[in-house]
Design a protein around this ligand. Structure first.
Ligand code: MF3
Ligand code: CO
Length: 249
């Protein structure tokens, strides 16, 4: 079942989304070579809990142990923060975070350069972020889930990149993962129809090489099979009468 949120619920999700956005802004400020992903996680959790009523959505979800997912280079998503993972100059790190307020969630991710990265890698980040915004622009009442995926896929593949198939975006609300699934590929007019009041987490995962994935022995970290670099950007979006409203900015 795809749930429709009231304006009040969307307002609460926007409050959670603002904290998500501010957490990711803080991460952009502090990411630096020599820092561990555990350091990032500690700062993020402290920042989220400094807001009365706000809790990290991921911690405890499916027994996930941390506030953030931190995925470096060929890691696509669900990297677990660790003191042993120290960031090095020239890497990229996807930071994904969810916040819950009054029982409602918001979810977003950005991929952050560690110091100076090459123009080739910067282009991967730029195209992935552009593909996210193309997907968001298709999140209109009357459109279909396939319109979002198609819009993302067109931008990513025109850039020469791979679109990960095995992981998808999702509805979000009182539960962190709700229906519908939002693939980052698709056919226009196919899939569930989008309606006013739906709230969706749209999250392209785009690779420099092939799109096939592999999950590491930690049972969480998803990497590219060919070890090519991957980028991940995500926003939580509400479908409103005036168009898509990004709740995580
Ligand atoms: N941000 C991830 C997603 O979009 C959620 C991580 S699942 C968790 O679906 F269990 F790691 F929290
Ligand atoms: Co998500």
């Amino acid at each position: 079942m795809i749930t429709i949120k009231s304006e009040r619920e969307i307002g609460t999700m926007a409050r959670a989304g603002r904290i998500v956005f501010e957490t990711l802004s803080l991460m952009r400020e502090i990411v630096k070579a020599g820092m561990s992903t555990e350091d990032l996680d500690r700062e993020a959790e402290k920042f989220i809990r400094s807001h009365p009523g706000a809790t990290p959505s991921f911690k405890g979800l499916y027994d996930y142990p941390k506030t953030l997912c931190t995925s470096i280079d060929e890691e696509i998503v669900h990297g677990i923060p660790s003191a042993k993972r120290v960031l090095r100059e020239g890497q990229i790190v996807s930071v994904d975070v969810g916040v819950c307020i009054d029982g409602l969630h918001a979810d977003a991710a950005v991929t952050i350069p560690v110091g100076v990265i090459t123009p080739e890698v910067q282009r991967l980040l730029d195209v992935t972020e552009r593909s996210l915004h193309a997907g968001i622009a298709a999140a209109l009442a009357g459109n279909h889930v396939g319109d979002i995926g198609h819009a993302v896929q067109k931008v990513a593949e025109a850039g020469g990149y791979g679109v990960v198939r095995e992981l998808v975006g999702h509805g979000i609300g009182t539960r962190f993962h709700e229906e519908p699934q939002i693939p980052n590929f698709g056919t226009p007019r196919r899939g569930a129809q989008l309606k006013l009041g739906m709230t969706l987490a749209i999250e392209p995962m785009i690779t420099m090489g092939a799109y096939a994935t592999h999950t590491l022995k930690d049972k969480w970290t998803v990497v590219t099979q060919d070890a090519s670099l991957a980028a991940h950007f995500e926003h939580t979006v509400a479908i409103t009468a005036t168009g898509p409203r990004i709740l995580t900015q």
